[in-house]
Design a protein around this ligand. Sequence first.
Ligand code: MN9
Length: 293
Amino acid sequence: MKAISGIYAALLSVFDAEGQPDAAGIARLVDWNVELGTEGLYVCGSTGEAMMLDSSVRKAILEAAVTAAAGRVPVVAQVGCPDLATTIDLARHADGLGVAAISAVMPYYYRFSSAEVQNYYRRLADAVTTPLLLYFYPGAAGQSLGLPELLALLEHPNIIGLKYTATDFYVLERIRQGAPDAVIMNGYDEMSLAGFASGADGAIGSTVNLMAPLFREVYDAVEAGDIALARERQARINSVIDALLPPGVIPALKGVLNHRGVAVGDARAPFSMPDAETVRGINSVYEAAMDRG
Ligand code: MN9
């Protein structure tokens, strides 16, 4: 059994009317996820709006999520920042909370060399005892790492794998072959079937906050060789993603959860919340997707 596997929610962060972390709201969302069947929590990632938050707010959100999880599901703490010193400070904070893994997006905004990005990850992995899960998301970081560099990083004793938010499933399959023991978690929900079929051990996704059971059904169908069922469940997921994308996935997810009585507040500006009619429309698509008869 790998340290990290299965269906993880990229956890939304919950803020009060003043924009401060709302621990009670985070606990509500964690409880909702556990009851839904979510198997792990990825906290302060893209979906957690973390790249808009300072370190003190990120630490408070992580503490609230770890407390709310109460050991029921594993917690992975995303700590990536462009500044390595800040990333290490966040990582050491997470280290002390007993999370299952620490994760870090590649340093972004500035253009770093491949050697600088690799050095960033090796120094981070050396700085903590909790295992490190790379967050490979070239679309956000504005730069990438090649297959040789990724495989070289996976040889570090404290780097256990990666969250793979990319669309090149040739590379995912080559990582699987080149590093059989590595954790690979698929990051684009709309491509979970492709990720699982290429060798991913599970998924980390924003829409898992609503559809955890469907992702589990896709995974189990792939493992059983029932591609028709896997495709049917992925189509249900993608019908909901089609509805979430126009208003923005994060605001739309919060709108639907608020509509369904799981009060998670608003997305942070500059995001804007969808209107009530839009939310009702997404919720109808969601209910149809979740209705397996
Ligand atoms: O972390 C999410 N990635 C980003 C997971 O938000 C960058 C995904 O779950 C996407 O929100 C999802 C919809 O495009 O694939």
